[in-house]
Design a protein around this ligand. Structure first.
Ligand SMILES: [Zn+2]
Length: 187
């Protein structure tokens, strides 16, 4: 079942919508060392360090760009989410029609309380915006729609990144648990 707005699209745009909807889940390209990249973003968010988060997200997007063999994307990590009538803006994708290089903007603090955005929803937003890029540059769609297929791609890619990140956390916890007792007493 397509989303309600499908009915209002022209037949040509409906055809693009259906192509988007038919593309299923995505796998993380084997070349992407997700664990390191995801951990760096998580650490930056924890410290509320915008420059570190920006560096981490750019590195993640660069790795995805290489993995999917698409043109580069500039990343901007900004502070407080802008708001409008629809609520808070989480992220923005601008194709290279208006800019020398396509650009992803993501905001790392909520509009209301100016708190750092939760790690998972932040990474999911980055993946979401990157998938708009893939729609144009990898799947060669003339337009990028939010379809169920689009959200399947978002979930599959975000989950692959989270799994890689979780593996690092689990390994660190295991290492900490194995640390000699004497070492822990000294702290
Ligand atoms: Zn979107």
């Amino acid at each position: 079942m397509p989303f309600a707005y499908y009915a209002r699209l022209s037949p040509a745009r409906q055809a693009v919508y259906r192509r988007s909807d038919e593309i299923g889940a995505l796998e993380l390209p084997a070349s992407v060392s997700a664990a390191v990249l995801i951990t760096a973003i998580g650490a930056g968010l924890e410290r509320g360090d915008r420059a570190a988060v920006q560096k981490g997200v750019q590195a993640l997007v660069d790795a995805l760009v290489d993995g999917f063999a698409v043109p580069p994307v500039d990343v901007r990590v900004l502070a407080v989410r802008p708001t409008d009538m629809d609520g808070e803006l989480h992220g923005l994708y601008e194709p290279d029609e208006e800019l020398p290089t396509a650009r992803i903007s993501v905001w790392m603090r909520t509009a209301q309380k100016k708190q750092v955005v939760a790690f998972r929803s932040f990474v999911r937003t980055v993946v979401h915006e990157f998938l708009h890029h893939l729609d144009y540059e990898h799947f060669k769609l003339p337009e990028t729609f939010h379809t169920e297929g689009f959200y399947r791609r978002e979930s599959s890619l975000a989950n692959a990144l989270f799994q890689a990140g979780d593996a690092v956390v689990a390994a660190n916890e295991e290492a900490a648990a194995r640390a000699p007792a004497a070492d822990r007493r000294q702290r």
